[in-house]
Design a protein around this ligand. Structure first.
Ligand code: FES
Length: 562
């Protein structure tokens, strides 16, 4: 333990990583652009610079704490220095702020306001760079890049993909892909974490909002929505409601008001995913099938396997994701003239995830050769659509989702967090639904934020070894161990984003630890109040299997290979 003096006050510290963390602990919100607690320290932006009692200036993110340090965080010299940095960054930055999608959430813009930068004295001498629209999930605009390196580090360190890097030096420096290839032609998995960590509008969501507004205005089209579990816990705080509070009822109401004909709940199709995936798992376990079974509901993870671990393709569950199953089932339902009343169906899914945009276009998830999910709108885009509509979201009364695809179990809701899919599978496999049985599952090791969770459960006298992973770099670690014969699992669940879909690449950014925890808790709270906890006890699921789905299970709920 040590003590340092920050702006004249004594502050104790223990094993904090750097001086910056201690300054923040002391309640001083020092500006940063390139520091992120989950990434390695880069020290590029210099905004976190502080001054010591000998007048030495240094970047606090890169300085180890020492007992007895005396530092100042806001001297006249520092103020001038920070303003100059922001001015220089703005000078080299495309400044169409009024029309930028990141306007209002851009850290550079916010810091310019906060630090009082009201004019830029320097000219932008940078050559304009072309934008990259090649990915269905993200758009790259190098003209808005401030070279903080966050995207490079998150892609490499948290996701283990590494498709972005720096080229050239000094004023010619640029973040790009290898050989400047379009991002869609690289091994990018479309997870969108680069966009989450990007402080400006240099990486943004490839949006389909205009197409959805057009569909809503077309009287010959039936526009159907599905809303994923994690969306409902990440919208409310944008409208002044408590962080992590489930606002599914308000979302249903606002979508109806916007003109959606039907609003369904993806927790319903998550139940179908579990019915199919647990059957597939048991079939493989009992009949000597290929194991470990790898979950298939995260498209970024599936892309990693199909690009880089091809020998494990037979291990990937053939089940479609909840998005894919819902869209396949809904499109089939409205193929019946009795249901469609002469209208064409457009399926819009509201997702926390940018990779779902890629999944929707993956031909192996189509039914009868047709794309089932027409448009994927992320939570961030949903918030923009609500703002566009002018509807006062916070004051809306909750409404229930529509039948017959609007009712899911608690097991369907927990898909939103890491471990949720596995927990729902375990609920399906155990007999009974009493609190003791459900609590035992919740406490078997499946819950919590640890990026790699390993545990064993008993099933019919057999030890079932399970691994639950979040973050693709962690998934790589696990798969490399499996490949080397160092780990032996029956089931591996992977979510590409740390903590699961609640922190997906399409969720609102600027989410600190409190928001992360609140979103996870919001999901578990929604499960707690769910009347039905298990997919096989969902009466809507059972009646669907007994009727409409009979004989169509494979066509509507499984992918045609990878
Ligand atoms: Fe310390 Fe950027 S935050 S150098």
């Amino acid at each position: 333990m040590g003590v340092m003096t920050i702006d004249g006050r004594k502050v104790e510290f223990t094993n904090e990583r750097n001086v910056l963390t201690i300054i923040r602990k002391a309640g001083i919100n020092i500006p940063t652009l390139c520091y992120h607690s989950e990434l390695s320290t880069f020290g590029a932006c210099r905004l976190c610079t502080v001054e010591d009692d000998r007048g030495r200036m240094f970047a606090s993110c890169s300085e180890e704490p020492r007992d007895g340090m005396v530092i100042y965080t806001n001297t006249g010299r520092l103020k001038k220095y920070r303003k100059l940095i922001i001015e220089l960054l703005l000078a080299a930055h495309c400044r169409d702020c009024t029309t930028c999608v990141k306007s209002g959430e851009c850290n550079l813009q916010l810091l310019a306001h906060r630090l009082g930068v009201t004019n830029v004295r320097f000219e932008n001498t940078k050559e304009p760079q072309p934008l990259d629209f090649s990915s269905p999930s993200i758009v790259r605009d190098p003209n808005k890049c401030i070279l903080c390196g966050n995207c490079v580090r998150v892609c490499d360190e948290l996701q283990g993909i590494g498709v972005l890097g720096f080229i050239h030096r000094g004023t010619d420096a640029l973040v790009t892909t290898a050989f400047g290839k379009d991002i869609a032609t690289t091994e990018c998995v479309a997870c969108g974490q680069c966009r989450v960590f990007c402080p400006t509008g240099a990486i943004s969501i490839h949006t389909d909002m205009d197409e959805v507004w057009d569909a809503l205005a077309d009287p010959n089209v039936r526009v159907v929505a599905q809303v994923a579990p994690s969306v409902r816990v990440a919208v409310g705080d944008a409208f002044g409601l408590p962080k992590g509070k489930s606002v599914m009822g308000k979302i249903v109401n606002v979508l109806h008001r916007m003109g959606f004909d039907e609003v369904y709940d993806t927790t319903f199709s998550a139940d179908l995913t579990i019915m199919e995936e647990s059957a597939e798992f048991l079939e493989r376990v009992e009949n000597g099938g290929t194991l470990p079974l790898l979950t298939s509901c995260c498209p970024a993870w599936v892309k990693l396997i199909t690009d880089q671990y091809r020998e494990f393709i037979p291990n990937v569950s053939t089940c479609r994701s909840p998005q894919g199953i819902m869209s396949g089932v809904v499109k089939e339902w409205f193929r019946d003239p009795e249901h469609n009343q002469g209208k064409r169906t457009i399926m819009v899914s509201f997702m926390p995830c940018t990779a779902k945009k890629m999944e929707a276009k993956r031909p192996n998830s189509f039914t009868k050769g047709e794309q089932d999910t027409d448009y994927v709108i992320t939570t961030t885009e949903l918030i923009r659509m609500i703002n566009n509509s002018g509807i006062d979201f916070a004051s809306l009364e909750p409404e229930s989702s529509d039948v017959p695809f609007g009712f899911g179990s608690g097991g369907g809701v927990i898909f939103g967090v890491t471990g949720g899919v596995t927990e729902a599978v375990l609920r399906r496999l155990v007999e009974g639904h009493d609190k003791v049985a459900l609590d035992a599952i919740a406490e078997c090791g499946v819950r919590g934020d640890d990026p790699i969770k390993e545990f064993t459960v008993q099933y019919k006298g057999m030890d079932v070894n399970i691994c639950v992973v979040s973050g693709l770099a962690n998934a790589r670690t696990v798969m490399d161990r499996v490949k080397a014969g160092e780990a032996n699992y029956h089931l591996i669940e992977v979510m590409a984003c740390r903590r699961g879909c609640v922190m997906g690449g399409g969720q609102p950014t600027r989410a600190g630890d409190r928001t992360k925890a609140a979103r996870t808790q919001g999901i578990y709270n929604a499960d707690s109040v769910a009347v039905v906890k298990k997919c096989d006890e969902n009466p809507m699921i059972n009646s669907l299997y007994a009727g409409f789905l009979k004989g169509k299970e494979h066509e509507l709920m499984h992918n045609t290979g990878y």
